[in-house]
Design a protein around this ligand. Structure first.
Ligand code: ADP
Length: 384
């Protein structure tokens, strides 16, 4: 196979696309991105930027013309346009079949359940009576989650139903029947963990160490590795991740988000067919990071070592206010040489927008977590 000067097309030019490009460039590849944002994070480092909407088939066709292989950095994209290109012989990884299943949380759950992968109980619903039926004690009981089956991210598209009184509001909040929704039993979890897994074209699989995640307003806040979990849970997570990669025949990097319950069980919350925010720790924390192994996977190269080098903590830099973005505290943060700041280069800060992240490495996870938390007061992104 001709590896040299491979041309890669990425649907999406956000921070994940940007970090994929940095790894593709290490091997001298050329990269085009499709993104509607003229100054998206990947813009400054890609070879070609196709400025087109994510539903515009023409943009996809132009991307395909440029690329030997197409991949994507998020899942809310035009699967039909990609399917048409795949039928014409264009190479797309992960496959469009995997994308279409994962795009829809109901189809995703059905595929996982069919393959005996543990997930919370769920039920597609079309009206408030059906939601109330789910809420009965003999079914899921309250609280429970109402979820839009497509288009959700960072908790947008979810509504918590604490009691029967919340049913009407939750249903209205999620489109009042205009979009497909499902109810999921509420998992009273002890911890949220995730595991990054990669699968090659030839079926070779590797997994990364389990990450422990904490969220704020449903947005990832902190990832700590190693996770404070038993070896048994860690082995179970790796086993599930391997199974998930086989189920979807995923080529590339995937993320499997999991709940650990108080009684030591784990279940899958959701699968992302792409590198993930909770895998950013791998850039400094592991020998080969999730983006490098994604690029290796889609061009047919063997994987790099996924082992953890040292305890690592990742903290997201979330916009604190709206306006032209300003990064504060960089110099002060760099007084500690074990700190790495990643600034995505988005010109506008918005409250709750992911603007960057930083990573701290150290000898022990406790010390590393402590230093990472202290830095939160220092490194911040505000809208001027
Ligand atoms: P998104 O696709 O928007 O990232 P998720 O479905 O992962 O949304 O949900 C976001 C957060 O909501 C999760 O990280 C978790 O904290 C919480 N959550 C989601 N589903 C459940 C559930 N069934 N039980 C308890 N908490 C849940």
């Amino acid at each position: 196979m001709e590896i040299v000067k491979k041309r890669i097309g990425i649907v999406g030019g956000g921070q994940l696309g940007k970090m994929m490009i940095l790894e593709a460039k290490r091997l001298g590849f050329y990269v085009a991105v499709l993104d509607p944002g003229a100054d998206c994070p990947a813009h400054s480092i890609c070879d070609k930027h196709i400025v087109a909407a994510f539903d515009d088939p023409k943009g996809y066709a132009e991307l395909a013309e440029y690329s030997d292989v197409i991949t994507y950095e998020f899942e809310h994209i035009n699967a039909k346009a990609l399917e048409d290109l795949e039928k014409k012989g264009h190479v797309i990884y992960p496959s469009v079949t995997a994308l279409k299943t994962i795009q829809n949380k109901n189809l995703q759950n059905i595929a996982l359940e069919k393959n005996q992968i543990p997930i919370p109980r769920f039920s597609l619903v079309t009206n408030t009576d059906e939601i109330r039926e789910c809420g009965k004690a003999e079914n899921f009981g309250y609280p429970m989650m109402l979820k839009a089956t497509t288009g959700g991210y960072d908790g947008k598209g979810n509504a918590l139903i604490k009691t029967e009184n919340d049913v009407e509001d939750a249903f209205k909040q999620l489109g009042n029947g205009a979009i497909e929704v499902m109810v999921e039993e509420f998992v009273d979890f002890e911890k949220e963990i995730s595991i990054i897994a990669c699968r090659g074209i030839n079926g070779e699989k590797v997994v990364y160490p389990v990450a422990e995640n904490t969220h704020k307003n449903s947005i990832l806040d902190v990832t700590a590795v190693p996770a404070n979990i038993s070896q048994e849970i860690s082995d179970k997570a790796a086993d599930i991740a391997n199974k998930v990669m086989s189920v979807f025949e995923g080529v590339g990097t995937f993320c499997i988000e999991l709940f650990e319950t108080k009684d030591g069980e784990i279940s899958v919350n959701e699968v992302a067919p792409r590198p993930h925010n909770s895998g950013h720790y791998t850039i400094e924390g592991c020998f080969a990071n999730q983006f490098e192994n994604h690029i290796r996977a889609i061009v047919g190269l063997p994987f790099g070592d996924t082992s953890l080098i040292m305890p690592t903590v990742m903290v997201n830099l979330i916009g604190e206010s709206d306006g032209p973005a300003r990064l504060l505290g960089l110099e002060e943060a760099y007084n500690d040489p074990s700190v790495h700041v990643h600034y995505y280069g988005k010109s506008e800060s918005k409250t709750d927008r992911k603007m960057g992240h930083y990573t701290v490495v150290g000898k022990t996870i406790d010390d590393t977590l402590h230093r990472a938390m202290e830095l939160k007061k220092v490194v911040r992104v505000v809208g001027e």
